[in-house]
Design a protein around this ligand. Structure first.
Ligand code: PAF
Length: 280
């Protein structure tokens, strides 16, 4: 497995892949890899001739400096995990390689997809994600790029970015990987105690309950019930919302959208966890 740190090394790799007409799959990560990331890489391996994974903790997508500081960094362990599943290459750029001297987001027209849910709670977050993903896709030029549905709003925004900048990569959404309790796999779980991991299952349980019962209640009534459940738990609910899969607008009536997801963000032992589930 090759490890690249610069755009120049990447372009030599890209030329060697594309000159022989091979396809390249790409998985963007911020490291602290878990089975969810490996599932993305494995899907890429099964659908492409070569697979490259990037590890870059992108500073511009953290609206909270403390969150950036606390973000787990495990480069050595990550490289060993990727090598064990025989990924072809890893891109590990420095902040300077990605941003030069000016570490700031571009101003990309996200057409309101960044409003609501994460967009409301993390101002500037999606501009940071859009900026870095656009740069990574331009540098790596993959045939296909894989992103997890756990960050569904992010996935929707990345599809939009690929579209408006006419990037030549197919964006593929991959189903959220979950533990048997339903808890979504996330690098943030590394910061939870064993007890918190058990308690955090209320997130999936609530979403699943909403999916099972949505025909009986209006969205507002389901939200109220979930707010009550969380009030009786050790987690602090930040939001629960229902939104249209296409335009990401919140809905108040099921008839307002063809495909709807429920979104939850909650603090568990001070660690912010997010998840979503397709309702219909
Ligand atoms: O989902 C993530 O890990 C990040 O937001 C991404 C897509 C790698 C961009 O930094």
């Amino acid at each position: 497995m090759q490890v690249f740190k610069s755009a120049q090394e990447l372009s030599i790799f890209y030329n060697s892949v594309s000159s022989v007409g091979k396809s390249l799959g790409f998985v963007a990560t911020m490291g602290a890899l878990h089975e969810g990331h490996l599932a993305l890489a494995k899907q890429s391996q099964s659908e492409n001739d070569f697979t490259i994974v990037s590890i870059f903790v992108n500073p511009t997508q953290f609206n909270n400096p403390e969150d950036l500081e606390k973000y787990p960094r495990k480069d050595e362990q990550d490289i060993a995990m990727l090598s064990a599943i025989q990924v072809d290459a890893v891109f590990l750029p420095s902040v300077e390689e990605m941003y030069g001297k000016e570490v700031s987001s571009e101003s990309i027209n996200l057409m309101g997809l960044d409003k609501g849910m994460e967009g409301d709670y993390r101002p500037g977050h999606f501009q940071g994600v859009a900026t870095v993903v656009r740069r990574l896709l331009k540098m790596i030029k993959p045939t296909r790029a894989y992103f997890g549905e756990k960050d569904y709003q992010q996935l929707r925004i990345i599809r939009h970015v690929a579209d408006i900048f006419k990037l030549d990569s197919e964006i593929i959404g991959v189903e959220t990987q979950r533990y048997p309790s339903g808890l979504a796999m996330s690098s943030r779980n590394f910061r939870l105690s064993a007890q918190a991991i058990v308690e955090a299952k209320i997130i999936y349980q609530s979403m699943h309950w909403a999916k099972e019962n949505y025909l009986k209640y209006r969205p507002e009534a389901l939200k109220e019930a979930i707010i009550t459940r969380f009030a009786q738990s050790s987690l602090v609910l930040e939001y629960v919302d229902f939104a249209d899969d296409t335009n990401m607008q919140k809905i108040t009536d099921w008839q307002e959208a063809k495909s709807v997801r429920i979104y939850i963000a909650a603090l568990c032992e001070g660690v912010r966890l997010i998840d979503n589930l397709s309702i219909r």
